[in-house]
Design a protein around this ligand. Structure first.
Ligand SMILES: Nc1ncnc2c1ncn2[C@@H]1O[C@H](COP(=O)(O)OP(=O)(O)OP(=O)(O)O)[C@@H](O)[C@H]1O
Ligand SMILES: [Mg+2]
Length: 249
């Protein structure tokens, strides 16, 4: 691939004997929505944390826009918008203050931060809750606020770690629509999920991860055609490759 936004080479993260990420290689192209699909414990969040410079790598290389996570973590953080798996909004702050205070990490001037926060709050349908403390929000609203917060610095790469886990179908669809709109605007996205439907709908290409390793990669269609020429879905592909279900039925 020429000019990938992200390049991981023989990437590893080990905790003693356990390698949560055990030698993975992948590239994310510009404007692409790239998925990490795998069950609990596959190593998705560990990969995301190394990419977002929240966790040091044990071995291999990982670059964002040619910058190494080992040498340029600060420069990389400026390029990223991150929606973590755990909701880590500040419970003491209102909706709007969560966005404005967060923007300080990016040295965004106050007036500009307030303008961006107002735009994002409107776009993510949170205007009714503008001054409410975060603890008054529903689970779906908190996920929308996390997504809004991830966009405050107008990132080059958006990283979404299980953006819809635990949401009801309607809230899930709202988030999917947002991700698709951002993709139309050319934003490069890394998405982790264990929802087949989400991966099939949003991802241009994806890797299937299990036990810290990539066991297959391609477009959703390629994976299905290669492994299930008679028809099926990604869940069936995963079952065929690993002998396991992605999640409980
Ligand atoms: N700080 C840690 N110390 C030891 N082991 C860890 C640590 N963090 C993660 N692990 C282990 O690494 C493996 C991968 O975890 P990770 O959180 O990356 O999985 P995941 O694919 O994100 O799963 P989930 O779908 O449940 O979020 C797991 O076996 C987990 O127990
Ligand atoms: Mg995870």
């Amino acid at each position: 691939m020429t000019d990938p936004v992200v390049k991981a080479t023989a990437l590893r993260k080990c905790y003693g004997d356990l390698c949560a990420v055990d030698g993975v290689d992948f590239e994310i192209g510009r404007g692409e929505c790239f998925g990490l699909l795998g069950p609990n414990g596959a190593g998705k969040t560990t990969t995301v944390k190394m990419l977002t410079c929240a966790l040091p790598v044990t071995g291999g290389d990982l670059t964002v826009e040619g910058l190494s996570v080992k040498e340029d973590p600060r420069a990389i953080k400026y390029l990223l918008g991150v929606c973590p798996q755990e909701v880590n909004l500040d419970p003491d702050f209102s909706v709007v203050k969560n966005l404005v205070v967060y923007s300080r990490y990016y040295d965004i001037p106050r007036a500009e931060a307030e303008k961006r926060a107002a735009e994002l709050i409107a776009r993510f349908h949170l205007h009714d809750k503008l001054e409410r403390p975060v603890e008054d929000l529903s689970g779906g609203m908190k996920k929308r606020l996390l997504l809004a917060r991830a966009l405050i610095n107008r990132p080059r790469l958006l990283v979404l770690d299980e953006p819809t886990t635990g949401l009801d179908p309607q809230s899930r669809r709202q988030i999917w629509q947002e991700v698709r709109d951002m993709k139309k605007n050319g934003l490069t996205t890394l998405l982790t999920t264990h929802y087949i439907e989400e991966a099939e709908l949003l991802c241009d290409r994806l890797v299937i991860m299990d036990n810290g390793r990539i066991i297959e990669q391609g477009t959703p269609r390629q994976l299905i055609e290669k492994h299930l020429p008679g028809g099926g879905n990604l869940e069936d592909v995963f079952l065929k490759l690993t002998g396991k279900h992605l999640r409980d039925e």
